[in-house]
Every structure is written in C-alpha cells, then in structure tokens.
Design a protein around this ligand. Structure first.
Ligand code: MRU
Length: 367
C-alpha cells in the first residue's frame, strides 16, 4: 500500500463480524484501520466522523445493520423485525443531515420484507431458523450491493461531470466529497479523477473547511496523493481567488438535495455558491440519486446538525483560541439555494433548473 487511495473507506470483515474503516480523524498524519463490532462503536464512529461523508455513512449503516442482526436471537419474524427497527433507529440517530443514512437503513429493511414475502410464497414449509438464515444471507448481499453500486454511481457522476471540465481549468471544491466520503472516486472529485485519468491538465483548489478541516486533512491529501495539482486555501480566501479568474468551475458534494433542488452540504458551501454567482463561476453539486430526498420539499425542511462548541474553540489548536464561556455557533451544514446551482450532476445525467421538474422526471424515468 503506498497511497491513501489504495485503502478501502468501508468494508465488511465477515469472519470477524466487523465493519472495517479508515479512522479519518487521524488523517493525514496516520493511516489507521479500525474494526467496529458493536452498535455503540458504529454509532460513535459515525458521530465522531471516523467514517464520514454521505455515501460512506450510508454504506456503513447498511453493513452495520447486517452485522448487528447477524446474531439476532429473535424466535419469530415479528421479533426479528422489531429488533431490526430498534437497531436501525439507533444507527439513524447518529447524524441527522445526510439522507443516505436513513436511505440505506430503509433499503435494508425493505429488502428483508421482500425476501420474507418471497419465502412465504415459495413451496414447502420453512422453520423460522431457515427463514432467519436466508434473510441474513440476503442482508449481507444487499449491503455489499449498496457498496458496489456506490462505486458505479460515483464513476458515472465522474463521466458526466468531466464533460463540464476543459483542459487547463482551475477547479474549486469545499469539504471532502472525495474517495474518503464514498467507496471510490467520491462525488465532487469523480470528475477531477476522471479528468486526471484522461491526461487533462487541471488545478484543484481545496477550501480547508473549518472547523473540522475535511478539505485540508482529507481532500488535499487524497488529490495530492493521486498526483493532481492541488492547492490548499483557507475558507476566507476563495472570493479573491474567484475574482482573480483562477477558478473555472466549482464542484461540491451534498448531504441532501430537497425536491426543489436546494442542497445541504458542509457549512460554508452556500457562501462559496453566493460568491461564485457574483463572479460568474459555474457551481455544480454532485449528487447520487440516493442523496436526493423527494420527501423533503425545500431546503428549509432539512434538519441541520449542530455540533459541539469545542470543535470551533479548541480542536486542532495547541491551546484554546476563544474566551471561556463565549457562545458558539457551529452548524455542520448549510443549504445552498437552488438558484445558485448551475447543475446537479447525478449518475443519470446533469440536471438543470427548474430543479423541481428535473428531479421529478429523474425519479419517474429511473424507477
Ligand atoms: O461532516 P462530514 O464530513 O460528513 O460532511 C461531509 C460533506 O459535507 C460532504 O460534502 C458530503 O457528505 C458529500 S460526500 C459525497
């Protein structure tokens, strides 16, 4: 192994009943692979951002639910489902904004229900033990499929996204929507990796992304490791960079896109989009359809996670950098209004405004 890109962000270690992740809180200084076994360990890893980014959280939740149900002692289907719902609710409570978390858990539950129906309708009487073991096998396959699909979806986002890039372009990104937030390619970085693969000459600028520095610690790390021309900047520097003409396009990921195209992403994204509008820089949101939530009408309906004040006042500093007792505003995400978005790049193509119509059509055409 010589690059961070050679490691899997999330994987299932069946023989150890474990979810294996890179502990992203230690990057870039140390690459440490850890194994999670219990519900509490998985919950903590998601909350503490040891595994983070919307797609990776979804894959972790799906795999986590399978592992937690693998040794269920339930004696009936009803008890099994009750337990599955409790575990699912617990995992879902770890972070509220990224819809991929609840999406993956709902998908796992729906798959179990479908398998159970099929078993009931198949010939021959079956004991609950036989049913349980068939369901567990199917849960394993389903969570692996979520991971494999994520890789394929990110690659396809990259293929559409790269059509928006020209040789010689300067690109800006915020937070980490890279391989470390998914299983390969990432979402916002997929067009960049594909441009690089094609031998195009691009420069990527990474906002450091206060307060948790995902841009500096993760995006700059993975793009630089891939040999892409990478420049790091503080969050308050992107306006002057855009004004200078160095940025031709902006690609960001997202945690939830509402039905009207408003998009929640890491705090600071809406500021970047607002400045981009001022300087006529195209602003693209890269979103797998699993991140588009048609049940959330607008950005105002998205729950924004509030995090601990210490992330702002002392984390990453040698000593505390704010007076004791001062109030702190620390939302983890903000919502970019749809009118600031030049296009939403999905695995099915690039959506353009009006987004409510484009999103409706996307779901009708790709059921
Ligand atoms: O708090 P994080 O690090 O999980 O936030 C991650 C982001 O905001 C990403 O941009 C988003 O999840 C998209 S990842 C494809």
């Amino acid at each position: 192994m010589n690059s961070i890109l050679d490691y899997e962000t999330v994987s299932l270690i069946d023989e150890d009943d474990a979810l294996e992740i890179i502990d992203q809180t230690l990057l870039p200084g140390r690459i440490e692979i850890i194994r999670l076994h219990t519900a509490k360990e998985i919950w903590d890893a998601i909350y503490l951002l040891q595994v983070r980014g919307a797609p990776a959280i979804g894959v972790s939740a799906g795999m986590g639910l399978y592992l937690l149900m693998k040794h269920s002692q339930a004696g009936s289907y009803e008890d099994f489902m009750k337990e599955l719902e409790e575990k699912s609710e617990f995992l879902n409570s770890s972070r509220p904004t990224a819809v991929n978390l609840s999406w993956a858990l709902k998908r796992m539950k729906a798959h179990v229900e479908k398998v159970y129906e099929e078993l009931l309708n198949s010939n021959g009487e079956k004991s609950f033990e036989q049913i349980r073991s068939a369901i567990i096998g199917e849960m394993r396959d389903e969570c692996q499929r979520i991971k494999e699909e994520d890789i394929d979806v990110c690659r396809r986002i990259g293929e559409y996204g790269v059509t928006l890039i020209k040789n010689g372009d300067g690109l800006l990104t915020h937070c980490n929507a890279g391989q470390l937030c998914a299983c390969k390619y990432g979402t916002a970085t997929a067009p960049m990796y594909l441009a690089h693969e094609k031998g195009m000459n691009i420069r990527v600028y990474c906002d450091e992304t206060r307060p948790l520095l995902q841009g500096a610690r993760l995006t700059a790390f993975e793009l630089h490791s891939a040999g892409i021309d990478t420049t790091l900047l503080c969050d308050n520097m992107s306006a002057s960079l855009m004004k200078s003409g160095a940025i031709n396009a902006i690609f960001v990921g997202c945690d939830r896109v509402a039905a009207n195209g408003d998009a929640a992403n890491k705090i600071g994204t809406s500021m970047v989009a607002t400045v981009a509008k001022r300087y006529n820089v195209p602003f693209y949101v890269c979103a797998p359809t699993s991140t588009i939530d048609i049940n959330t009408p607008t950005g105002n309906d998205i729950t924004i996670e509030q995090r601990k004040p210490e992330e702002v006042t002392e984390m990453w500093y040698k000593e505390r950098m704010a007076p004791e007792g001062v109030k702190v505003y620390n939302p983890a995400f903000d919502v970019t209004d749809n009118e600031l978005i030049s296009g939403i790049v999905t695995e099915y193509g690039i959506l353009r405004a009006p987004y409510d119509k484009a999103i409706k059509e996307l779901f009708v055409n790709n059921k």
